[in-house]
Ligand binder design. Sequence first.
Ligand SMILES: Cc1ncc(COP(=O)(O)O)c(C=O)c1O
Length: 367
Amino acid sequence: MTKTYNFSAGPSSLPQEVLRQAQMELLDFKGSGMSVMEISHRGSWYKDLQAETIELIRQLLQLKLSQQPIFMGGGASLQFTLVPLNLAQGRKCYYLNSGSFAKQAMLAAQKLAKQFSVTAEELATTETIGYVSLPKFDSTTVDPTAAYVHFTSNNTVEGTAWPTLPKVTSVPLVADCSSNIMSVNYPYHDLALFYAGAQKNLGIAGVTLVVIDRSLIDVVSPESDVPGVMLDYRTQIEKDSVYNTPPVFAVYMLNLMAKWVYAQGGVLAMEQQCQAKSGVLYDYLDASTLYFNNVEKSDRSINNVTFTTGNPDLDQQFVKSAAVEGLVSLGGHRSVGGMRASLYNAFPMDGVRALIDFMENFRKDHS
Ligand SMILES: Cc1ncc(COP(=O)(O)O)c(C=O)c1O
């Protein structure tokens, strides 16, 4: 059988060790005689699992004591609505519109204006130039009474990423870190709130990690009109993420992934590996006569490398032929086309080399 390398942007590759561990424990979780999928979320097996997972996250991301990790459902997309609903009622909030998911987050906040007193403003954007670089902005224009500035740390579709956190000091910084959490060693303790769907670097779909600085919640008035207990961050914090049944298996996978990252040397080691993997591919692209990456070099993502031949038919042929060789899910996002190699933490360097070999053969055949 040809070896498969999965370049998907999410759900994405998981480390073999993690999959084997899950397989080994599938029928009997920690001597319980039950699968982890069967244990009660009120029992000590789950309580211990969740507590250990939170501790690992705290250590890996070097969180402050005031930063509380919680687990929620609904994907990162639900956070697009929950963040403004919980934090920005009666106040302004700003968005750095650096890509399609960043825009979705802003539009979700703006949609709330019909029923709630939320005013979401675009602080800066590069939409008119196809998001090929990150937006520049003047932080002195930020109203210091605003609830937050929201940004997307890695633009999964376009292949750009903030190399460092955007400089905003006057108001809290909120981030969608879905596609580069634990791949970039940001000072996560400088973020007032951040969130990430788990299906890229944290395991499998079904759980969203949300980390909230409690001081942020303290400034929300107790009467704040957050409709529905499940949508209120305070419920999740007070009930320790088990107000209702949590996605136990997804939290278990997050636990295994966090341990795996730990064993690899932590987030900095992950960043170095992702830099090395993407660096090899960018070097090849920059020297290529057939393929190119059209993103501003200083803003390139180390997790999602986008490229194209400039010919949509040839791009399609590339994606199909690559899949036959076991290099799967290389198609770019449906909104932009072209190709995208997603190189998250678990993706191996061997896969990058296999891709480059394939690209070179394809180039020779199509020159
Ligand atoms: C940066 C970013 N934000 C949000 C999302 C949406 O995530 P979910 O499918 O978990 O709602 C994605 C999905 O790929 C993403 O890459």
